[in-house]
Design a protein around this ligand. Structure first.
Ligand SMILES: [Ca+2]
Length: 304
């Protein structure tokens, strides 16, 4: 006897691999970035998000247009994060008078007064690391590094750059500060409207600069990105995820060690199929399920 069954494989959601299809749509109407975002979310999925050279090529081939157009990239300007546990909120701020004031100042230093200033991340400065679990967890490092180097140093030798959750902690750190130091605080920076992030950047030369907090792609310049004022009016690109559904029929030979009457068997086989498909590029947001037949069973005995 043999057993046959139907397996439905649903490929859906946002993904960057070859198995997922994504449509780009060029909208020639002039809109602000915010209006364009609302339009895309209503008519499609969102403003376009670009995660690699293939996405840029697809964008360039979508429109017969050589000007600038909004993409989904924007600068989440007033959102601050701590390097340590960077998904946590920032409950306490202790800015020096007149700060934060920097258009391109994305990282935060602490003065000997304990007050903070947003500062260019490339500037070389001593820094403070956090050593979780140590009796005195605040470690001053008197080597001058830029913020990224300081973060890597603290993560290699301690836990992370120091973070400050309240006034009492700020005072503990301040007592040890003998010169200006990097803290672990940074601006959240450029993000995609759909909140996807794979680290791909395609800025034009010497960008991002200036005070613009929304990004255009310049189609006449290979699709490279530049910041612009969000209230400027440009045409724009939306995307739509295309959901694919495959139905696969598999046949189990009677000599198989699997017993179709074992209630755990369907789950075991499904897991193995999913693992196999993941090796072939199936993404996390895809679903693999059995399709039940009319009698409520996935597996059907088919005879010889
Ligand atoms: Ca500043």
């Amino acid at each position: 006897m043999a057993w046959s069954t139907f397996l439905a494989l649903l490929l859906a959601g946002s993904c960057g691999s070859a198995v997922c299809l994504r449509e780009y749509h060029f909208v020639p109407q002039l809109m602000t970035w915010g209006d364009a975002q609302a339009f895309c979310r209503q008519e499609y999925t969102d403003l376009v998000a670009l995660h690699g050279a293939e996405d840029v090529q697809l964008l360039l081939s979508t429109a017969d247009y050589a000007g600038s157009a909004w993409i989904g990239l924007y600068n989440d300007w007033n959102v601050w994060r701590w390097s340590f546990n960077d998904n946590k909120s920032v409950p306490y701020l202790n800015w020096n008078s007149g700060e934060p004031n920097g258009v391109m100042e994305l990282c935060v230093i602490m003065y000997t007064s304990g007050k903070w200033n947003d500062y260019g991340c490339f500037i070389l400065s001593p820094f403070a690391c956090y050593d979780e679990g140590a009796p005195d967890p605040y470690v001053m490092v008197n080597e001058a590094m830029n913020w990224t180097e300081a973060q890597a140093y603290c993560r290699a030798y301690y836990t992370d750059l120091v973070s400050v959750m309240d006034q009492a902690e700020n005072q503990k750190i301040q007592r040890k500060v003998t010169s200006t130091i990097w803290t672990g605080m940074f601006r959240d920076g450029w993000k995609w409207s759909d909140q996807s992030d794979r680290g791909f950047k395609y800025w034009a030369d010497n960008q991002p600069s200036g005070s613009g907090k929304c990004a255009v792609a310049s189609l006449g310049y290979r699709g490279t990105w530049s910041p612009d004022t969000c209230t400027s009016q440009w045409p724009f690109f939306c995307y739509r995820d295309v959901k694919l559904e495959y139905r696969i029929k598999i046949r189990l030979a009677s000599g198989s060690s699997l017993d179709p009457r074992d209630p755990g068997m369907n789950g075991t086989v499904l897991l193995q199929i999913r693992q196999k498909l993941q090796q072939c590029g199936l993404t996390e947001d895809s679903r693999v399920t059995w399709i039940e037949q009319r009698n409520g069973q996935a597996l059907q005995e088919t005879g010889k």
